[in-house]
Each structure stands twice: as C-alpha cells, then as structure tokens.
Ligand binder design. Structure first.
Ligand SMILES: Nc1ncnc2c1ncn2[C@@H]1O[C@H](COP(=O)(O)OP(=O)(O)OP(=O)(O)O)[C@@H](O)[C@H]1O
Ligand SMILES: [Mg+2]
Length: 251
C-alpha cells in the first residue's frame, strides 16, 4: 500500500541528510511500530507520507500513486492531542467533515456514532479542559477516524499519559484496530508498547543519514493480552530491541 523507493531527504537547515536512498513498504491492514532514537527522523517520515515535506530524491507512493496526489489518504495524529480548547468535543471531532463541507445533520450523526465508538458519548458538548488526558486522546482519535483516511499516522499518541492510562489506551487501540481495519503506523519510544501493539516493528539504528529500517516481526497473534509480554521469546525480543537502540545511543 505504502512504498518508499530510494527516498532521500534532509531539512535545508541541517548539515546531514536525515535519510538517504531509503526503501521500505507497508502492506494494507498492517500495524507497524516505528522505533529509533530521538531526532533520527521518525516524525519526518510521517511529514513525508502526508505531504508536509517533499522528498529530495526517490518516490513515495500509495497504491502506486504519488503521495502528492493522495492527500486525504492518511490522517496524522500528533503526540499532543491538539484539540481546540474553545471548541466543544463535538465541534472538535466534526472538524474534518466541516472542512469538506459535509451537511450539518450528517456531521452530527457521524460525530455521535464515532464518539460512541470511542466511549465518549455524552461528552459532545463538553470542552477539552473538562476531559482527562486519555479521554482527550480518544477524542483526537475519533476526529482522526472521521477524516475517513485509510492510513493512520500516530506519532507517540500516548507518551504524555500516565502509565496505567497508557496501558488502557494501548488495549483500547487494539480493539479499534480490529474493529476498523485501518493501516496503522505508530511511532513510539517505548519498546514494550511497540511489541504489544504492532505486527511488525521497523527500527532505525543507522547513524544519520539512515538508509534502511530493519523489519522485525512480532511473533504474537491478535487478540493480544498483556500476559503475552511475559513469554520468554517476547522478553528476549524486548531485550534485543533495547540492545539495538542502546548501541545507537552509545556510538
Ligand atoms: N520543520 C523542521 N525544519 C527543520 N528541521 C527540522 C524540522 N523538523 C525536524 N527537523 C530536524 O529533524 C530532526 C528531528 O527529526 P524528527 O522530528 O523527525 O525526529 P524524531 O525521530 O521524530 O525525534 P523524536 O523521537 O525526538 O520525536 C532534528 O534534528 C531537526 O533538526
Ligand atoms: Mg518525533
């Protein structure tokens, strides 16, 4: 579904390119976690996929077409929930439909449906500051869903949450994944989170510029339980991933 072919990119202000001749692909329906050290270019990958940045060389295609022509194919959810504080939850979630000028009654109907799906019915007229961190993230996720995008780009969506809320949100996201069958790319710093959620982990270990991401399949099927993380193979996988990341930090 998503294909990078020989992609080179660097910000004009940076001395070194971020990535050089990078190729990888993501299949439809995949759940990919991207891990790598801070500043290595994970968020930049997302900016390239949703067309906020343009590759200096190489091609990025979605279903064989250049990303520039596929603007609404992916929806980006940043680390901070980015709800507008002056808009109610309902009005925040309706935003993608407002932008496409969908009829008001259809907007209201879809907003009510999606808020129910994320466990927030009854919050349509509340303001973001009346919700907990996890609820705000779910509202932001609901808005991402209403964009109608096939591919969700989630950039450390849970990193600002406390541990228990984060664990609940991970379980919740897996339910959403099995329900909506979207393709998910998920950036995280947390190796355990990557293992618990993803089918495949793409890890960036090269020094800048990076030319590849190693693809590591997670040997677990869905649905998953937290106990799965205690399986010896999984513990070993976790240690090996931490080892790969640490090697990068020490260098
Ligand atoms: N809009 C921008 N303009 C110029 N340079 C940028 C921009 N965004 C990021 N960079 C550069 O890219 C690097 C960080 O890239 P990016 O945000 O993709 O990293 P990351 O892997 O997501 O890091 P983190 O894990 O800390 O979020 C920084 O070194 C910064 O110099
Ligand atoms: Mg980032």
């Amino acid at each position: 579904m998503l294909q990078f072919e020989g992609v080179t990119f660097g910000y004009p202000t940076d001395e070194l390119n971020m990535m050089e001749n990078l190729s990888f692909s993501v299949n439809k329906g995949a759940f990919v976690a991207v891990i790598g050290p801070s500043g290595c270019g994970k968020s930049t990958l997302f900016r390239l996929i949703n067309g906020l940045e343009v590759a200096d060389a190489g091609t990025i295609t979605i279903e064989g077409e250049d990303v520039a022509k596929k603007k609404n194919f992916s929806a980006f959810m940043p680390q901070k929930d980015l709800l507008f504080p002056w808009r109610t939850i309902g009005k925040n979630v309706a935003l993608p439909m407002e932008l496409t000028k969908a009829p008001k009654d259809l907007q209201e109907k879809r907003v009510a449906e999606v808020l129910e799906q994320v466990g927030l019915s009854g919050y349509v007229d509340k303001f973001p500051n009346e919700l907990s961190g996890g609820m705000k993230q779910r509202a932001a996720f609901a808005r991402t869903l209403l964009s109608g995008a096939e591919m969700l780009l989630l950039d450390e969506p849970f990193s600002a949450l406390d541990y228990l809320t984060r664990v609940e949100m991970q379980e919740w996201l897996l339910q959403q994944y099995s329900h909506f069958h979207k393709t998910i790319l998920f950036i995280t710093h947390d190796v355990e989170e990557a293992i618990f959620l993803a089918k495949d982990i793409y890890i960036i270990t090269d020094e800048r510029p990076f030319a590849q991401m190693e693809k590591i399949p997670v040997p677990l099927s869905y649905p998953r339980k937290r106990e799965d993380l205690k399986h010896p193979d999984i513990v070993e996988l976790k240690e090996s991933l931490i080892g790969k990341l640490r090697k990068q930090v020490v260098l």
